[in-house]
Design a protein around this ligand. Structure first.
Ligand code: PLP
Length: 397
């Protein structure tokens, strides 16, 4: 008789660890071992949280804001979130429609859990953010990938969405601006896709995490503003991590129709309870002290925009590499298919020989690409593309 314990659960055995965090960890380990690594794998701003946000958190901590708070968030923060949707998009909502969760990632997962039952299908546009397929599977639902490559600017057409819908389809995930491609849909493109979702009575999870990180005058679109019908089936996720360089704070937001918001809050009440109470006061300052916050955002965006243009120009000088100029987030997604190498092999060899860390497109459901984050210094970008060019020159085409 064997003494080994019973196998772990379906959930434990089926979950894939985050490949982006894995590459980043490998690069950091090399760096710690004294190697001169150029890291393009980071999924977070290289800036620190603005000072006034930290100060507000420290003040709250000192004032004893150290107890449990209401599960969906402290009242002034939920009100401030409602106020900002009204100010930025003209969207009217009540604080009861807002849930503050421990990181936008958890907001997304709760949105899936609130709408999907086992066996339901979820349309996940590819290249996708690595967590969507896993959270869909953890809800017992089935991800249905629809790939939009660089020929359509990494943007789905309504026809592609329509073709993926079956009687089991329950939810459509949208993410504009996109991680990993930086693609930004126009309002009319989204209206056409959302019309298909309406026709088939789907819920929409709109991950608008990068709404404030747009360039070239591109405008973010808040899908819930399209119409009352659309609003009634749309779960909007946003947050503080990317816009305010607050990734480690773990604060994300959901805006949803009242019945869905109530369900999400109840799920959260059993799974995590409220976001760290004093951290919420930092988030509140980010929304309330608007001038300081927008000044900090402007500094960050000026740097991102400069790096975006530089990286884009340098990548396209490399024979065999082609790269679209993304309008949002802080990623570029160059095509490397001309080298005839699997992207995972490409990335491993690039890291081993040139100490450049990039995430393979296959991690996002799109073989033949790299995701390069330019949330890193100008020097590293310059040095990194030089090394990448040298590496590409050694590959037979
Ligand atoms: C970073 C990110 C999130 C969530 O970030 P948190 O750190 O959990 O707040 C959600 N969606 C996308 C596409 C992201 O890139």
């Amino acid at each position: 008789m064997s003494n080994s314990p019973a196998p772990l659960s379906t959930w434990a055995r089926n979950v894939s660890p985050s490949p982006t965090l894995a590459v980043d960890a490998k690069a950091k380990a090399l760096q710690a071992a004294g190697e001169d690594v150029c890291g393009f794998a980071a999924g977070e701003p290289d800036f620190d949280t603005p000072e006034h946000i930290k100060e507000a958190c420290i003040a709250a901590l000192k004032a004893g804001k150290t107890k449990y708070a209401p599960t969906p968030g402290i009242e002034p923060l939920r009100q401030a979130i409602v106020d900002r949707y009204l100010a930025e998009y003209g969207l009217k909502a009540a604080p009861s429609q807002v849930i503050v969760s421990p990181g936008g990632k958890f907001n997304c997962y709760l949105g899936v859990l609130a709408t999907c039952s086992p066996g339901d299908e979820v349309i996940v546009p590819a290249p996708y953010w690595v967590s969507y397929p896993e959270m869909v599977k953890l809800a017992g639902a089935v991800p249905k990938f629809v790939l939009a490559d660089d020929r359509t600017g990494f943007r789905l057409t309504p026809e592609m969405v329509e073709a993926a819908i079956t009687p089991r389809t329950r939810l459509l995930i949208l993410n504009s601006p996109s991680n990993p491609t930086g693609a930004v849909y126009s309002r009319s493109e989204l209206e056409a896709i959302v019309a298909v979702a309406l026709k088939h009575n789907l819920y929409i999870l709109s991950d608008e995490m990068y709404e404030h990180l747009v360039y070239d005058g591109a405008k973010p679109t808040c899908i819930a503003t399209f119409s009352k019908e659309v609003e009634a089936r749309t779960i909007t996720v946003a947050g503080f991590s990317k816009t305010y360089a607050m990734t480690g704070w773990r604060i994300g937001t959901t805006l949803a129709p009242a019945p869905i918001a109530k369900a999400i809050s109840e799920l959260q009440s059993q799974m995590s309870s409220n976001v760290t109470t004093f951290a919420q006061f930092g988030a509140l300052a980010a929304l309330k002290e608007k001038e300081k916050t927008s000044a900090a955002l402007k500094v960050m965006m000026t740097a991102f925009d400069r790096r975006r243009k530089m990286l884009h120009a340098e990548l396209n000088k490399i024979p065999g590499v082609t790269c679209l100029l993304a309008e949002g987030a802080f990623y570029l997604f160059p095509n490397i298919t001309s080298f005839g190498l699997k992207d995972l092999d490409f990335c491993n060899r690039l890291l081993d020989t040139e100490k450049v860390a990039a995430v393979p497109g296959s991690a996002f459901g799109a073989e033949g690409y790299l995701r390069l984050s330019y949330a890193t210094s100008d020097e590293i970008i310059k040095k990194g593309v030089e090394r990448l060019a040298r590496f590409c020159a050694t590959l037979k085409k």
